[in-house]
Design a protein around this ligand. Sequence first.
Ligand code: FES
Length: 106
Amino acid sequence: PAITFIHSGGNTDHIEASDGESAMQAATRHGLDGILAECGGNAMCATCHVYVDDGWLARLPAMADDEDALLDGAAAERTANSRLSCQIKITPELDGLVLRLPERQV
Ligand code: FES
């Protein structure tokens, strides 16, 4: 499945993710700037914060309580579109997913 990441400055990166990996894993595997993922995907750091594009938000599984709590501590402003990219599991249905990157992760 293809994922588009839009950097805070407006540049875009299109990457090909694998089914079953997280959006964070796909990003770091491709060396994408803007996702730090300091905790390695364990929902403990909030440095993989993304803003999900409006059209995709409702198509993602609901967030768990630990993700919800951690997002309150994200470095950049939390919005209604905020998610942790390590908690977004890529499936074929998410082909074309668009994620915006915050200005900073720490
Ligand atoms: Fe640490 Fe997502 S990688 S919370």
